[in-house]
Write a protein of this length. Structure first.
Length: 264
């Protein structure tokens, strides 16, 4: 069993994405043995109001409820976000994806913390991508910075009841988030797609410092191909129990606790 906690469907504003439909992404998943994927709408990243992209995502994955797990993108600086959250809960979304740099708000702002609180009360997971694309691939029209690890640590400390997972990031091992006995609540998990397994070997360091239950498998499809993430699992020590934890058990534990309100 493999659960990918970091995938996307739909169009992106600045380049054509292959495998952007449900059928195309399923074909890629099947070719790599990936059973389920957490998905959000790629179009929502650049929409001022992401809600139409959330509705499009639900329609796209409707025929495949056993393969896709929907996460909504909500912009807390946009008027009406509370109504959007209610609509997403009724549609069966299991978590949120937040883009503070793309949508121009602070994770520690009152509206964002309010959104996190309300989503947490309804059992949703809070997923925060540190980046969307490699800076070398970004359009000349945008200059969106990565979310600093320090800002992630601040929101972890401020909202200990929430369950965060951080995707599309690296540099955790050298930060407070990757240190043992760091004084932070154990309410966050880290997705591995951009972590190093050679050089400073961030994956092994995080396993040693935080424990194997704090890492989750993800690929970044279709912005990225899944093969590098799968290869990282293969180069880990030949411990089948450890691989199973990262490939699916850690994700399944959190997703099982995020029961949908709607009919999905």
């Amino acid at each position: 069993m493999i659960i990918d906690v970091n995938a996307y469907l739909g169009p992106f504003a600045f380049r054509h994405l292959r495998h952007r439909t449900a059928g195309e992404l399923l074909g890629l998943m099947d070719s790599r043995g990936i059973d389920r994927a957490v998905v959000s709408g790629a179009a929502a990243i650049t929409y001022r109001n992401p809600q139409p992209a959330n509705a499009e995502l639900i329609a796209e994955i409707g025929p495949h409820p056993d393969r896709f797990i929907p996460f909504a993108v909500i912009n807390p600086s946009y008027a009406g976000w509370a109504d959007d959250l209610e609509a997403c809960l009724d549609l069966g979304f299991r978590g949120l994806r937040l883009y503070p740099k793309w949508h121009n708000y602070d994770l520690m702002s009152e509206p964002c913390l309010d959104l996190i609180d309300r989503a947490t009360d309804d059992g949703m997971i809070i997923s925060i991508p540190m980046r969307v694309e490699d800076p070398r691939q970004r359009s000349w029209l945008v200059d969106v910075p990565n979310v600093p690890v320090s800002e992630l640590a601040d929101v972890v400390a401020a909202r200990p009841r929430a369950r965060f997972h951080f995707v599309n990031g690296r540099g955790f091992a050298g930060s407070v988030l990757g240190q043992p006995e760091n004084g932070l609540p154990e309410n966050y998990r880290i997705e591995i797609s951009l972590l190093n397994v050679h050089l400073n070997d961030e994956v092994e360091t995080l396993i040693a410092n935080l424990g194997p239950d704090r890492l989750m498998f993800g690929t970044g499809m279709p912005f990225q191909y899944p093969d590098p993430a799968l290869a990282k699992i293969e180069v880990l020590a030949p411990d089948d129990a450890l691989k199973a934890q990262i490939l699916h058990q850690n994700a399944a534990e959190w997703l099982d606790a995020a029961a949908p309100r709607g009919g999905r």
